[in-house]
Design a binder for this molecule. Structure first.
Ligand SMILES: O=C(O)CCC(=O)C(=O)O
Length: 308
């Protein structure tokens, strides 16, 4: 496993004390950016140890699932490229040793009921941001996915997350993307098209690459030439509207690029995913009520955007 970050994976899975994300609120500048661009980034939002704890837990889950064990509501989707990792590992070591389950994983969905994942998703720091961006308090986390992007993994083509969310009401929905490792041009960071959150949901065509991952689709009817990469350090957080056009690129580096992504909408939203698609990876979890007003710091006005 030469290409995995040098972090201890046998330590405690809970984020240890002192590693909590910093309580924060949306600033005027972030609110303005969200309205104008459809996203903003918070540097150093969480201690890197939080991401490391999430990574340790998903490795445990991937290994348990790989051994045929029970991982509750979570499930692992593998990289679909033929012989992914196997050929590379064999080529490197010459031993023919099978790669570890996490080296073959693409994503682990529905992890938010697991303690460390719930703790982060429902932390005051995260929910302050989510509530202030959405503009209401009764929020639910409906999608949680840990994204492994192992060396050689392909990026996810241009898309809008709302394509995957046939909801009533359809908006507002916000995603938060926590960098677990650094995200660079080489290891397949996100790229965003600022302002594209004001677009309706475009047609998404299936990703035609043989070996493309589960659920990958692509917008091909829009000019993405003014897009920009989002370079992140472990613990940085990207907050983005579900209509924002974004993609990630291939991991051409020798190291893992990993991220934890959560999506939130109003509690009570009607979700037609299963009815329309015959399956769902969503899992609606109402978030705890906010602290009474006296215990909350003053905050910026909600960052509503046109059409929400
Ligand atoms: O992290 C990635 O590689 C892609 C994530 C993404 O596009 C998403 O969460 O919608």
């Amino acid at each position: 496993m030469l290409y995995w970050p040098t972090m201890e994976i046998t330590g405690p899975t809970a984020a240890h004390s002192g590693a909590s994300s910093r309580a924060t609120h949306v600033t005027e500048a972030q609110r303005d950016a969200y309205v104008r661009d459809g996203f903003f980034r918070i540097e150093g939002f969480a201690e890197p140890e939080i991401g490391a704890a999430l990574l340790r837990r998903v490795i445990e889950l991937a290994r348990r699932a790989g051994a045929g064990g029970d991982i509750g509501t979570a499930f692992v989707t593998p990289e679909q490229q033929q012989d992914f990792a196997r050929a590379r590992v064999d080529g490197e070591t010459g031993t023919g040793t099978a790669p570890a389950p996490e080296e073959l994983a693409s994503k682990i969905f529905r992890v938010a009921r697991e303690d460390v994942f719930f703790e982060f998703a429902s932390s005051a720091a995260v929910l302050n941001i989510v509530r202030e961006v959405l503009g209401f308090d009764d929020v639910a986390n409906f999608l949680s996915q840990f994204i492994f992007k192992n060396p050689g993994a392909w990026g996810q083509p241009w898309h809008q997350d709302s394509f995957y969310f046939p909801f009533d009401p359809p908006r507002p929905v916000v995603g938060i993307w926590l960098a677990v490792t650094e995200a660079t041009l080489e290891n397949g960071c996100l790229h965003v098209l600022a302002g594209s959150h004001t677009e309706p949901v475009h047609v998404h065509l299936p990703d035609a690459r043989p070996g493309a991952n589960y659920g990958y689709t692509e917008i091909v009817d829009h000019d993405m030439s003014s897009s920009s990469p989002v370079l992140m350090q472990p613990g940085d957080l990207l907050v983005f509207d579900s209509h924002l056009m974004h993609r990630s690129t291939d991991n051409t580096s020798a190291s893992l690029r990993a991220a934890m992504v959560y999506h939130y909408a109003r509690h009570g939203t009607v979700d037609r995913t299963e009815q329309l698609r015959g399956y769902t990876v969503n899992d609606w979890i109402p978030m705890p009520a906010p602290a009474p007003p006296s215990r909350r710091a003053s905050r910026a006005a909600p960052a509503r955007i046109a059409g929400t």
